[in-house]
Ligand binder design. Structure first.
Ligand SMILES: [Zn+2]
Length: 331
């Protein structure tokens, strides 16, 4: 019986794990708070690093206690403390979305000891839920680095989703930075790239033997190209906005071309649900952008979160499909 195993020690352990999960959600909420600033300042050409948060209406600096994600807005009852101008509900909404998406990916990846990463990766330990003890007493630096990279990817996609929603342009410098950084990171530290672009046997047959760094860099580069190409094709066909090529390239650079395919399919499914839902309640949603029949960055963001949470199983499924296809062609 489960309750027979219940002791004071196990209760303390569960409490520590709940605290760790809450910690990751708070970090996610704070990242969302920062992204609100990014989405406000980038189109105006302002620095996102220098200068504290100010009320756009009266210019008063926002006090640290009012700047708490979601809670700050609730305690202020949605109004500026100084001038009482309403603060748009979008701010706490973005913070809540960031808390849930980034918090769940960080909590699952770190507390499970990398269980959700594709099998065969040296960082993935293959044991479900290693818990908070592992995190505190035997922290796995490589796993923390992989998680940091994924969180940065999610935050970038969320920032781009906000810019797309505001009908802004994707800053070219930002997309070039992503395109250059991801393959170089994989080349230098191959364990950052848990995906495999092609089965190693096929790769060695075609290109001779590659070092792990070269193989990981190639995986990242192929993923970037696949994402950019598919995003550009979908945009040309009228199914996507100008951000999709960059968004899918980011997904491919982080998780390989297979993830571009699964994220696009999940995203298209989500966009159909969104369109269906929005056409039912069309009268309550004023903004037309929500029920546009296109693959938006919001769909990509949610699909990428699901991809990261289910990567191990999605990679196994696509790997099986690819090996069956290769066997069918070669036989
Ligand atoms: Zn104000």
């Amino acid at each position: 019986m489960p309750w027979e195993a219940f002791t004071v020690e196990s209760f303390g352990q569960s409490l520590a794990e709940v605290a760790a999960v809450v910690f990751f959600f708070v970090v996610g909420g704070n990242i969302g708070s920062f992204l609100n600033v990014v989405a406000h300042r980038v189109p105006l050409g302002m620095s996102v690093v220098f200068g504290g948060s100010r009320c756009p209406a009266c210019g008063q600096a926002i006090r640290p206690r009012d700047n708490l994600p979601v809670l700050g807005w609730l305690l202020l009852q949605g109004r500026c403390r100084d001038c009482l101008v309403p603060i748009p509900v979008r701010y706490p909404f973005v913070e809540a979305v960031a808390a849930v998406l980034i918090g769940s990916v960080a909590a699952v990846e770190i507390l499970s000891g990398g269980y959700t990463l594709p099998l065969g990766n040296e960082v993935a330990q293959g044991r479900w839920w290693r818990g908070v003890d592992e995190l505190l007493f035997h922290p796995n630096g490589r796993l923390l680095a992989i998680c940091l990279l994924h969180v940065t990817g999610l935050a970038t996609l969320l920032a781009w989703a906000l810019l797309e929603y505001d009908q802004q342009r994707l800053p070219r410098r930002w997309s070039v930075l992503v395109g250059l950084t991801l393959p170089v990171l994989s080349l230098l530290w191959p364990w950052l790239q848990p995906a495999v672009a092609v089965p190693p046997v096929v790769l060695e047959g075609a290109l001779g033997s590659l070092s792990p760094g070269q193989a990981a860099g190639l995986t990242s580069l192929l993923g970037l190209l696949a994402g950019w190409l598919l995003g550009s094709l979908l945009r040309a066909a009228g199914y996507a906005g100008p951000f999709l090529a960059g968004g899918l390239a980011l997904v491919g650079g982080l998780c390989g071309w297979q993830a571009v395919m699964t994220v696009s399919l999940i995203g298209l499914f989500l966009s159909c649900c969104r369109c269906g839902g929005a056409s039912i309640c069309r009268r309550t949603i004023g903004r037309t952008g929500i029920h546009a029949r296109r693959l938006t960055m919001v769909d990509v963001l949610v699909a990428f979160t699901l991809q990261l949470l289910g990567w191990r199983w999605l990679a196994a499924g696509t790997g099986k499909l690819i090996s069956e296809a290769v066997a069918a062609v070669t036989s």
